[in-house]
Design a protein around this ligand. Structure first.
Ligand code: S3P
Length: 426
């Protein structure tokens, strides 16, 4: 994909449905009793992997025009043994949440994914699931895919999560629905809470107090109509683009603004970003609003501690904002970036360095001295959707044309990304 510098970006757009919420709507709909209708479903490759896995588990799922999905849920005990490997593609959310859901079934199955998934640590989920009674085995001390899951009777646990990971938390919550006795989880920092909100919307009994989460097993979940808000992680590219490209004003309609996801807004406002939130409403337990951004002069900042899980997927594009900002930005406590779709500390630092950005890798993040000219470059995506989209934003403020190689990676979470970007150019 060739990207030329932009003089100005203007317009009103929507972004595709939230990835985390789309996955969960299919999963929870599959184990609810009856038909769950989903509007605004993200038709990206990751969420289609989730649909594919649940079809293999015997669930009838219709994909309808206009990003609608109909899940014919068969109840808590309606999943069937798959005749094939459950292939999760590039999707960590599918892989980890499936582990939690399948640990307590009464059948066996195998889970596997692409090259990137085969490198990503699954032991963080498998270890506590084993404490609940699960039987899961895989490569490298039961840490890597392919993984064999032999369904077992489970029991509840009290567990302090060593990392703030919504995928880990959600896997354990799914297992807890099938366990005997109660489960109590404690997070080190609050991670996204879509599972808690949506499971309760489906009739589960999950009680949250500060960093503690209490779950009791359920015998039935009730089907729902879910309207998926726009993904703030997808909106993030246009939020940053609107701030750093001169003479710009962009409104992104109907974006999910769950506070466990809005770290990027807080950071960009603290950097001097002109960001306005309007028309706030609630859709199936999730807050939604329109976000308007205007060109702004940004200043460097420090991003660390409890905010990290609230913006973990946005760090690559925050690094682009930091490259455009005057002064130094320090990103700390973000070692989780090393085990995402690519090692995002390395890939962000390598790629932005190519464009002349003064950026250094640290053990748990990066340091960016911003405000210098950005040159056009040949960027690589490493097959990582968020690297491809972030470098395309950097390319907008470069002095000359850039190329993003492996740009098709955007289809993992944002089909149509480049078309929307093009539509904003004036
Ligand atoms: C997700 C949680 C995050 C995030 C991922 C989606 C989810 O991962 O990076 O893109 O839907 O639960 P971790 O929970 O591993 O931090």
């Amino acid at each position: 994909m060739i990207i030329s510098p932009a003089k100005s970006l203007k317009g009103e757009i929507t972004v595709p449905g939230d990835k985390s919420i789309s996955h969960r709507a299919v999963m929870f709909g599959s184990i609810a009793n009856g038909i769950t209708e989903i509007d605004g479903f993200l038709m990206g490759e990751d969420c289609l992997s989730t649909i594919d896995c649940f079809r293999k588990l015997g669930i009838h799922i219709e994909i309808l025009p206009g990003n609608k999905v109909k899940v014919h849920g068969k109840g808590m005990y309606g999943l069937q043994p798959p005749s094939d490997i459950l292939y999760t593609g590039n999707s960590g959310t599918t892989t980890r949440l499936l582990l939690g859901l399948l640990a307590g079934q009464n059948f066996e199955c195998t889970i596997d994914g692409d090259e990137s998934i085969r490198r990503r640590p699954m032991g963080r989920v498998i270890k506590p699931l084993k404490l609940m009674g699960a039987d899961i085995s895989g490569q490298k001390d039961d840490n890597l895919c392919p993984l064999a899951v032999k369904g077992q009777p489970l029991h509840g646990i009290r567990y302090e999560l060593p990392i703030a990971s919504a995928q880990l938390k959600s896997a354990l919550l799914l297992a807890s629905l099938y366990a005997e006795g109660n489960t109590f989880l404690i997070e080190p920092e609050k991670s996204r809470d879509h599972s808690e909100l949506m499971l309760n919307y489906f009739g589960a009994n999950i009680i949250t107090h500060e960093l503690g989460i209490h779950s009791t097993p359920v015998s039935e979940l009730y089907p729902q109509h879910i309207t998926v808000p726009g993904d703030i992680s997808s909106a993030a590219y246009f939020i940053v683009a609107g701030l750093i490209v001169p003479n710009s004003e962009i409104t992104i309609k109907n974006v999910g603004i769950n506070p466990t996801r809005t770290g990027i807004i807080d950071v960009l406002i603290s950097m001097g970003g002109k960001i306005d939130i309007s028309n706030t409403k609630t859709l199936n337990n999730e807050p939604v609003a329109d976000i308007t951004v205007k060109s702004s002069s940004l200043a460097g900042t420090t991003v660390e501690g409890a905010i990290i899980p609230r913006l973990i997927d946005e760090i690559p594009v925050i690094a682009v904002a930091a490259a455009a900002a005057k002064g130094t930005t320090v990103i700390k406590d973000a070692q989780e970036l090393k085990v995402k779709e690519s090692n995002r500390i390395k890939t962000v630092v390598t790629e932005l360095s190519k464009a002349g950005v003064d950026i250094q890798e640290t053990a748990d993040g990066m340091i960016i001295n911003g405000g210098n000219p950005i040159t056009g470059a040949q960027f690589e995506s490493y097959n990582d959707h968020r690297i491809a989209m972030s470098m395309a934003v950097a390319a907008l403020i470069a002095e000359s044309e850039s190329t993003v190689n492996g740009a098709e990676a955007v289809n993992i979470s944002f089909p149509g990304y480049f078309e929307i970007l093009k539509s904003l150019r004036v």
